[in-house]
Design a protein around this ligand. Sequence first.
Ligand SMILES: [Zn+2]
Length: 276
Amino acid sequence: MAKVPAPNYDYQTNQLAGYYRIAIKDILAELDRVDISDFRRANALATLQSISGILSDLDTKSARWVSENVPIAANEGVINTLVSLKVAETVEQAALIVKFNELNEAMVAAAIADTQADLLAVTQNVDRKTKAAVRRAVSDSIKYNMTSGTNGRRTIRDDIKKRLKESVVTGIVDAKGRRWKPEVYADMVTRTKMMQTYREATTNEAVDRGVLYAQISSHGAKDACRGHEGEIIKLTLEAPGDFKTYEELQATGEIFHPRCKHVYSPIRDVGLLSER
Ligand SMILES: [Zn+2]
């Protein structure tokens, strides 16, 4: 039986993280140019405009990346089903007959919109924080000019510069209160979403073909996922048998966590179920 290669989106997600890295670097360079001794409203507006320009460029690039790459993951998820169920002999053959069914059409559209919204939240956060920091730098600049003595001034200047930089690099705080650099967060979000899209596309294609079970992939995981490698899952809640669904397993937090590389292959052979 033809083997479906493990999905790997490192190349694409690195490319996306690269967009973020470059944008952040450009914003930092912009903030570095700020002249503390003469930072007035007019200069601040120019700085903010440059930053807005960098971020809106980033939004455009990220949105395009998402609309190009999420369907690729879905496509490969469907191929996984076609080959696992022997509808196609090889991955190449499957690639020629892939078509998104209604479920997958809707899922892909939702996944694109979700991922774009998640990434937009990242840039909006950076935008909000840098704006606040730049405004504060204007009032600090006044303080700087009123301070006499080199040491006092140097301290104020260093503080301003430090705050400006921090506003960009510690961009995101997640629901659990953890801090993320914008590019690391964007990378995590897109890796997770690509895998999730792959899995859901696998399920949608299988269920449409009347297949209700699947087996979780194995790659010798070292984390909590390892206890679930090779496990049989059911693809719909209504499927008979004492098996967990993808969503139930995900809710345990043991597998299908952010960045998890595990997928599953649909199985038609119910005989496999009694072996468990
Ligand atoms: Zn895993």
